[in-house]
Ligand binder design. Structure first.
Ligand code: CA
Ligand code: CA
Length: 355
């Protein structure tokens, strides 16, 4: 059956994404994200077919969809920056070494792709997300109604706050009894990497590389932790939607948001980009690897193959104690068909940009 297989495939990357490996004190598992013990490699062949299917939603195939699905983009000037860090906070994630990376100018979505954006795509193409095809997706327990929770008998022992919820999808982020109607300007969630590629292709765009994403995140600053500097809360102000309180039991929402925030919330960074860290995790186009060459690179695109894709920026669920990944150098990964209630994306485009 598809669901149990996918549960197995998704679980470990999700745990890694939550910082569970570090938090649980089991660094031995960090280098082998669950591929051997759950038959992941056998199932991944099927993923290639889905990737091909996603490409069918090209701008050409979708006709007029290209302009309709395009949110505002920002021209990011080319330059050289320090990618990664010499002071990794989460060693096993491959945050280091720091290396000099040259980036050509490109365009970046100003905001995370919103529910409204994604709805336009679906209305135009009839696209069905992988979560909808599988029939379930992972939802943070703290967001679920008692009725939905009562129906779940498949808890994840190591991370009981992640529950596979039947019927959870981008339209129903907390399961069938939930709706996005009051959250159309929030980031779309429960979209897999394949779904994200399909959307960006339809919009005449593409996913950013990890290097482009991190360069964008830094907003022109060098070697800072966050898009705005090194201090989490300058002058006591919140600059990102993360978790305040004790994770996972007490979410004080001191920053104004228990779950996701509108994609235009909080101050933009130096490039005018919003919510690069926090709110929703964002897929990038790179395959995941933790060993990087220290040499200078020009427009790196990551490894040529792999099993997981890189995601960046952390989410509203990130707290320093469990998931100190709301930093520009931080990174995590999921299989390309994984989806969850804290994972979205934004698109990029080549300069001179779409016209
Ligand atoms: Ca928050
Ligand atoms: Ca984000």
């Amino acid at each position: 059956m598809a669901a149990p297989t996918r549960l197995c495939r998704c679980l470990v990357p999700l745990l890694l994404g939550m910082g569970m490996v570090a938090a649980a004190g089991t660094p031995g598992t960090s280098g082998t994200p669950g591929t051997g013990d759950c038959g992941c490699s056998a199932s991944r062949a099927a993923g290639d077919g889905r990737e091909a299917a996603a490409r069918r939603y090209s701008a050409a195939a979708a006709g007029g969809g290209r302009s309709a699905g395009r949110g505002p983009m920002v021209a990011i000037p080319g330059g050289v920056f320090t990618m990664g860090t010499q002071e990794p906070e989460i060693q096993q994630d491959g945050e280091g070494p720091a290396r000099r990376v040259h980036i050509d100018s490109f365009y970046m979505d100003q905001y995370e792709v919103s529910n409204q954006d994604f709805e336009r795509f679906v209305n135009s193409t009839g696209y069905i997300t992988e979560a909808e095809k599988f029939g379930d997706s992972f939802v943070f327990e703290g967001m679920l109604s008692e009725a939905v929770k009562a129906d779940i008998h498949q808890a994840v022992a190591a991370a009981p706050w992640w529950l596979p919820v039947k019927g959870a999808s981008w339209k129903h982020p907390e399961g069938p009894d939930s709706s996005i109607s009051s959250r159309m300007d929030h980031p779309v969630l429960h979209v897999s990497w394949n779904d994200a590629v399909a959307f960006c292709t339809w919009a005449g765009k593409r996913l950013p590389t990890e290097a482009e994403w991190e360069y964008s995140c830094r907003g022109g600053l060098e070697n800072r932790l966050f898009p705005w500097g090194n201090k989490l809360q300058p002058k006591g102000q919140h600059y990102a939607n993360i978790w305040q309180g004790e994770f996972p039991t007490n979410n004080t929402a001191e920053d104004g948001y228990k779950g996701t925030a509108p994609v235009s919330a909080f101050p933009p960074n130096g490039y005018g980009l919003y919510n690069m860290v926090g709110n929703a995790w964002e897929w990038t186009s790179d395959w995941w690897a933790v060993h990087h060459s220290p040499q200078d690179l020009h427009n790196p695109k990551g490894p040529s193959s792999g099993t997981d894709r890189v995601k960046k920026g952390g989410s509203y669920m990130c707290h320093k104690s469990y998931c100190y990944r709301y930093r520009c150098a931080a990174r995590s990964q999921n299989t390309p068909d994984s989806s969850a209630s804290n994972l979205g994306f934004r698109c990029a485009a080549d300069a001179p940009g779409p016209h």
